[in-house]
Every structure is written in structure tokens, then in C-alpha cells.
Design a protein around this ligand. Structure first.
Ligand code: ATP
Ligand code: MG
Length: 398
């Protein structure tokens, strides 16, 4: 008889010095929070690894490999985890270990009939165990060979590996699921993500969360020019990002009147940049109010007219908080790859308009100068726009 448990491996934080404990505690707390809907679980650390076990012995999520895959996926989504495995835990002597390993190898083979080579790898945490790890590997390898004639040993490039761990209990597993690495969320402060309905900004949020940031998000909504469906899409994207970054507030700014004023009273070729400068100022005010230490955008150099170096400079100068742009050097395809990997892509490409496509200029300035922006803003009461924007904000808890 065995029970299923999960083994999760920590990455970069094991390189931390004195404050390593803080990082590890945060990681365990984040795991407990992420797994809160999977029953009464015991999350604990042993050396540089984390174990997750069912406390009560009747948790349906731990009954089969299929059911556990959902928990495993949630574990790998927690930043700071490099990989995780579903592991069989059992007690007993070496005879018991051999029996369990053979049974396990047979099951792996039943699922992967094309496999014909394997190796055994073992760790001995219990130093009073009569065999060392080399002997464990050899003897277990031998019984597996004896019981499953189709297999041969290949230590360099096996189709699968039987990992054995002998401690107070015994453990056997074979596969690992890759995690999203990074640092535990909450170890790098909080950032305000400018979240549109596109592909880029959810990826930008994911990337900053992977460096340990908590997130809040702000979305500029121009109803009815952007529909309720567009807003729902942003809410959905915020949920996907929060699967990695944890609890988040989404601030929805009512941007309609501001955009209409600009459209009427400002230069067409500078419209996008003027609009972005106001967005940044509203975002900064919200950020300070809600204790965020930076703004985050999905900008990538040269991708569109408003993302040239000059345009970024002119947008950036209206705020004092640092603006993090994790996609600045990525090309679109690389961003799309990440978007797919985090499960945001299908939502991002749903065809609802965003406010920038509605009020877009036909011939935007790609290399704006200061004189252009002064001219574009001379008939606008920017200060009032920013105040109105902040005041007209709806909060949605994600
Ligand atoms: P995305 O794919 O994230 O929409 P994009 O390639 O469409 O980006 P832009 O529309 O120029 O590029 O926006 C650049 C960045 O500005 C976005 O990544 C996002 O951070 C922010 N942004 C744009 N529109 C909005 C909006 N309506 N609400 C909040 N943030 C926005
Ligand atoms: Mg966009």
C-alpha cells in the first residue's frame, strides 16, 4: 500500500544568503494559499525541497494520478518552484521497496508501451539503512530486469528513470513537471500593471510576478466605444495572471469622456501619445494610493508608433515611479509563446476592440518632439482629466 504525495523543488532561492529563510517561508505560504481549495494539506520543507501531503488520508485529489495532476499543475504555477513530481510514499523494508518499484515500473510501462530502457536513481536520507545508494540502485535494477523482460538498463539515455528515496518512509517516482521558476510572489513589493485586453500586458504582469512581485492592475475602459465584452475579457485576463501572482485588485478607469475631449481638442497625429501620458499619470496616482512601487506595461521597442524610443521617452517623463517594461527586448513571437504557456493567448486574441483601436490616428507621429506634445496638450486640461480619471474608478477584486 502506498499514498500519493507531491515533491516540489525550489530554484533560485536556494542561492539566497542570510534572508533565504524569508524567501522559503513566503514560498510555503504562497503554496498553501494556491492550494487552499484542494483540501486539508500539509506543506512542509525538508532541506531544499518541499513536500505536500494530504493530512486526512481521504483526499480525492490524491487518489489517482489523473486527479493529482490538477494539484501538480497548481504547484508548478507558484513562482519559486522549478519542478514537481507525484511521488508514491510507503513504508517497509528493502523487500517492500523492491516490490513497490517493480509494481511502479510495470505501471509506467503500461502507460508507455514504447519504453524499453530504464535506470534507477536513489538517495538515502536514512543513513542507518543497511544498503548504500549504489547498492539500492543495483538490486532494484536487477529485480525490475527480472520481472519485466522487455526492459534493459541504459544509464546514459533511458526512456524512464525510477527514482527511489529512502528516509523514514520510502518514496518512488519517475516524472517531473517543470515549474515556472522565479521568486516567490511577495518578496519584491507590489506593482501596478497597465492591463489591456491584448497579448502583451498579461505576459508583462506574469513576468514581473515571476520576479516576486504582487500585482494590482488598471484598465482604461471607454464604454460604449469599448464594450462590456471587452471589459469581461480584461477581467478574465486578470484572473489568469492572478493564478500566478495571487490576489489582485483591478481598477477600471472610466476613460470615455477623457478620450472624447482629446479627440475633439487635440492634434490627431499625437493622439496616442497624449492619451498614454494621461493613462500613465492616472496609473501613477492609483499606484501610490494602493502602495505600488512601480508601473508595468507590455511595451516592446519599435512594435507600434507609440513604442519608439522617443515616444517612450515622452510618455515616461510625466511620471516619477519607475516603469518596468519586461517585454522591451522581446519580439512578438517570443511574447506569444509565453502567452500560450501561461494560458492567456486564447483569451487575448478574442476579437474585442480596445480603446486604442477606437480612437486611433491615421498617421501617428513615430518620432515626436517636445514641441509636438506641448502643441497637442495646449487646449487640454490634463490635471483635471487625471483627477476625473482617478475619481471615476471602479474596483474589482480578482
Ligand atoms: P497589449 O497587447 O498589452 O494590448 P499592445 O501591443 O496592443 O499591448 P499598446 O496598445 O500600444 O500595445 O499598449 C502598450 C501598453 O500600454 C500595453 O501593453 C498596456 O500595458 C498599456 N495599455 C494599453 N491600452 C491600455 C488600456 N486600455 N488599459 C490599460 N493599459 C493599457
Ligand atoms: Mg493593446
Amino acid at each position: 500500500m502506498y499514498t500519493n504525495v507531491i515533491l516540489a523543488r525550489m530554484g533560485e532561492i536556494t542561492l539566497k544568503g542570510l534572508n533565504r529563510g524569508t524567501f522559503e517561508n513566503k514560498l510555503k505560504a504562497n503554496l498553501r494559499y494556491r492550494l487552499r481549495n484542494f483540501g486539508n494539506l500539509y506543506v512542509f520543507q525538508s532541506q531544499s525541497r518541499i513536500w505536500i501531503e494530504d493530512r486526512e488520508g481521504n483526499n480525492p485529489y490524491f487518489e489517482s494520478e489523473e486527479a493529482a495532476s490538477e494539484v501538480l499543475k497548481a504547484v508548478t504555477q507558484v513562482f519559486g518552484i522549478v519542478s514537481a513530481s507525484l511521488v508514491r510514499k510507503f513504508n517497509g523494508d528493502f523487500e517492500e521497496i523492491k516490490k513497490n518499484c517493480v509494481e511502479y515500473a510495470k505501471e509506467v510501462l503500461a502507460k508507455n508501451p514504447e519504453y524499453n530502457s530504464f535506470k534507477v536513481d536513489s538517495r538515502r536520507g536514512n543513513k542507518s539503512f543497511p544498503l548504500n545508494s549504489m547498492q539500492i540502485c543495483c538490486e532494484v535494477g536487477e529485480v525490475i530486469l527480472d520481472s519485466i523482460p522487455q526492459l534493459h538498463v541504459d544509464v546514459k539515455n533511458p526512456d524512464f528513470t525510477v527514482f527511489i528515496e529512502v528516509r523514514d518512509d520510502n518514496y518512488v517516482y519517475s516524472e517531473s513537471v517543470m515549474g515556472h521558476r522565479g521568486l516567490p510572489v511577495g518578496t519584491s513589493g507590489k506593482g501596478m500593471l497597465l492591463l489591456s485586453g491584448g497579448i502583451d500586458s498579461p505576459v508583462a504582469g506574469y513576468m514581473m510576478a515571476s520576479r516576486g512581485m504582487n500585482l494590482d492592475a488598471v484598465y482604461f475602459h471607454s464604454y460604449p466605444y469599448t464594450s462590456d465584452k471587452a471589459k469581461d475579457k480584461v477581467i478574465e485576463l486578470a484572473k489568469i495572471v492572478s493564478g500566478f501572482s495571487g490576489r489582485m485588485n483591478l481598477y477600471v478607469v472610466n476613460f470615455t469622456q477623457i478620450q472624447l475631449d482629446m479627440y475633439k481638442n487635440s492634434r490627431q497625429d499625437m493622439l496616442t501619445i497624449t492619451m498614454r501620458r494621461v493613462m500613465f499619470q492616472i496609473a501613477e496616482k492609483l499606484a501610490r494610493k494602493h502602495h505600488c512601487g512601480c508601473l508595468i506595461t507590455g511595451e516592446s521597442l519599435g512594435q507600434v508608433a507609440s513604442q519608439t524610443m522617443e515616444a517612450i521617452d515622452i510618455t515616461n517623463e510625466v511620471v516619477k515611479l519607475p516603469v518596468f517594461r519586461p517585454l522591451i527586448g522581446l519580439d512578438k513571437e517570443a511574447t506569444c509563446d509565453i502567452s500560450r504557456r501561461i494560458g492567456a493567448f486564447e483569451t487575448s486574441i478574442l476579437p474585442y476592440e480596445d480603446c486604442c483601436t477606437v480612437f486611433v490616428a491615421k498617421h501617428p507621429r513615430t518620432h515626436p518632439k517636445h514641441a509636438d506634445i506641448e502643441d497637442a496638450e495646449k487646449n487640454l486640461n490634463i490635471e483635471q482629466m487625471v483627477i476625473d480619471g482617478v475619481n471615476g474608478t471602479e474596483v474589482i477584486e480578482i
